[in-house]
Write a protein that binds this ligand. Structure first.
Ligand code: IPE
Ligand code: MG
Length: 222
């Protein structure tokens, strides 16, 4: 089976996963983070070139403060406890989004992690955090001042420059939610009812199987 070059994933359903078990939403986020770590290790181990994950959207800032703080704390603690392990995995990690909205300690982590992993040879991991697709485009357009506007110049000024081949969304909804709107132009879309904490490597394999059954014509004819 052929691996897509760039897979993007909207991890959704953490809260509903917890609710279905009679647990507070925070448990869902905690479990979701564990699932994400496993998924990253798995996709790196099978030789995927690039993975973009949607961890927190610009719109997610509108959630109750308690939930936002919980998620931020989870990420910060996760990094503090596992930074040596994270740096030891062969990944190039990039944190992409409206980073100035994060508290300074998290901004520092984002910079640190990027710097520490930039010469690694493994998979490129884009952690989209405080991220919005329209906002990424605005950032790119601002950098274009004085330059010719072409598909190439816009693309070269995005934070994530490569097109997505396969988008996976867990949790049952079928929408893009302001994720990588430019990069998704010709992506195959795979939606699954599975809540993200339950999304295991077998589920990832199923998405790859789906991808392999699609005939990609990019608007042409076979
Ligand atoms: C996705 O799960 C994780 C984040 C957005 C941080 P949700 O928190 O959206 O879970 P549901 O959709 O409410 O079940
Ligand atoms: Mg959701």
């Amino acid at each position: 089976m052929k691996l897509p070059r760039h897979v993007a994933i909207i991890l959704d359903g953490n809260g509903r996963w917890a609710k279905a078990k009679g647990l507070p939403r925070s448990f869902g986020h905690q479990e979701g983070l564990k699932t994400l770590v496993e998924l990253i290790k798995y996709t790196n181990s099978i030789g995927l070139e690039e993975l973009s994950v949607f961890g927190f959207s610009t719109e997610n800032w509108n959630r109750p403060k308690s939930e936002v703080n919980y998620i931020m704390g989870l990420v910060e603690k996760g990094y503090k406890n596992y930074q040596e392990k994270i740096k030891a995995i062969d990944l190039k990690i990039k944190v992409v989004g409206e980073l100035e909205m994060l508290k300074p300690s998290l901004q520092k982590i984002a910079q640190e992690i990027e710097e520490a992993t930039k010469d690694n040879k493994g998979m490129t991991l884009n952690v989209c955090f405080s991220y919005g697709g329209k906002q990424e485009l605005v950032r790119a357009f601002k950098k274009l001042e004085g330059q010719e506007i072409t598909i190439e110049t816009i693309q070269n000024n995005l934070d994530i420059k490569t097109d997505v081949d396969l988008l996976i969304r867990t949790g049952g909804n079928q929408r893009i939610s302001n994720f990588l709107i430019w990069q998704l132009a010709y992506a195959e879309l795979y939606f699954t009812e599975v809540y993200f904490p339950d999304f295991k490597k077998e589920d990832f394999d199923q998405a790859i199987e789906y991808y392999n059954k699609q005939e990609r014509r990019f608007g042409g004819l076979k």
